[in-house]
Ligand binder design. Structure first.
Ligand code: NDP
Length: 263
């Protein structure tokens, strides 16, 4: 029996169990199950994984930084950005990966971009910034405090007030949680309109709804999408890590995972 879980708070809304279990079903895995765990306190993350006897876990908001801290080994991107969303447990040792980053890169592929503006400076922005390092991304945020991390790592970073909206960015990514419940845009509407009109594409990391950011991108006739593909891709890459020692049909896994969004 192999057991996996997504761990976070809140967790009831997570699509990860559906996505992963759909893949197990498609491959005919009999003794594998993926569940969800609501964790109240980050100090309990390591013990929870061990006590449940998990073979692996996906870690979501707000525990990706704690996940980074409890790992014995890290992949390159998680070591750089300080956030882990996938843990594989082998012989009691924790191996940490960040599959959000390659998941995003794959999702953004269709936009053919050379320059990127990332709105927001939280955990997601950190993984995206390192994933997009070769495009020299600019990070913009509402407040200046969180920009210090990006400055220290050599990224161009600005507050929204400092951002020059006449500058062209091919791809604009919203990694803020603005619009989650408040219907707000992440930044001033006029400024963002100009930026979106100049862009080839826009992606909101949030998924499952037309956020104010995506609605504005539509008004500007800028190609756009939500974070569904990013979610799907990170799940696929996590699956690859969970079943590194197993030969499986990658296309079957990807299409079963994709199909699960229609359930
Ligand atoms: P964090 O809490 O780490 O960061 C939140 C960021 O949003 C901060 O930069 C904050 O700015 C900004 N922000 C919050 N509210 C507002 C507002 N009203 N106006 C402007 N800026 C605001 O969040 P994460 O980086 O972990 O997650 C961000 C989003 O990405 C979430 O919606 C999450 O669901 C999504 N996500 C999607 C994934 C996917 O697979 N599709 C994977 C990972 C994340 P400040 O510093 O000024 O407070």
């Amino acid at each position: 029996m192999k057991l996996f879980a997504v761990i976070g708070k809140p967790i009831a809304h997570s699509k990860s169990p559906l996505i992963h279990n759909s893949a197990y079903k498609a491959l005919g895995f009999k003794n594998v199950c993926y569940t969800r765990v609501l964790l109240e306190n980050e100090c309990e993350l390591k013990n929870t994984i061990l006590n449940l006897g998990l073979d692996g876990a996906n870690i979501t908001v707000p525990y990706k930084e704690e996940a980074y801290r409890i790992c014995d080994e890290l992949d390159e991107i998680s070591a750089k950005c300080g956030a882990v969303n996938t843990i594989v447990v082998k012989n009691g040792k924790f191996y940490g990966y960040n599959t959000d980053a390659p998941g995003f890169i794959m999702a953004a592929d269709e936009y053919k971009y050379k320059s990127v503006l990332i709105l927001g400076a939280g955990g997601t922005a950190k993984s995206l910034a390192f994933a997009l390092q070769d495009k020299n991304p600019t990070i913009a945020n509402r407040s200046s405090q969180r920009l210090d991390f990006f400055k220290e790592h050599g990224f161009g970073s600005l507050t929204y007030d400092e951002l020059d909206s006449s500058k062209k960015y091919d791809l604009v990514v919203n990694s803020t949680s603005a619009g989650l419940g408040d219907g707000a845009l992440p930044m001033d509407k006029d400024k963002l309109t100009q930026i979106l009109k100049n862009a080839n594409g826009a992606i909101d990391c949030m998924y499952g709804k037309i956020t104010p950011f995506l609605a504005l991108a539509n008004e500007c006739y800028t190609l756009n999408k939500d974070g569904k593909d990013m979610l799907l891709n990170q799940a696929f890459f996590a699956f690859e890590k969970f079943f590194e020692d197993v030969k499986f049909d990658k296309e079957a896994v990807y299409s079963a995972m994709k199909e699960s969004f229609n359930i």
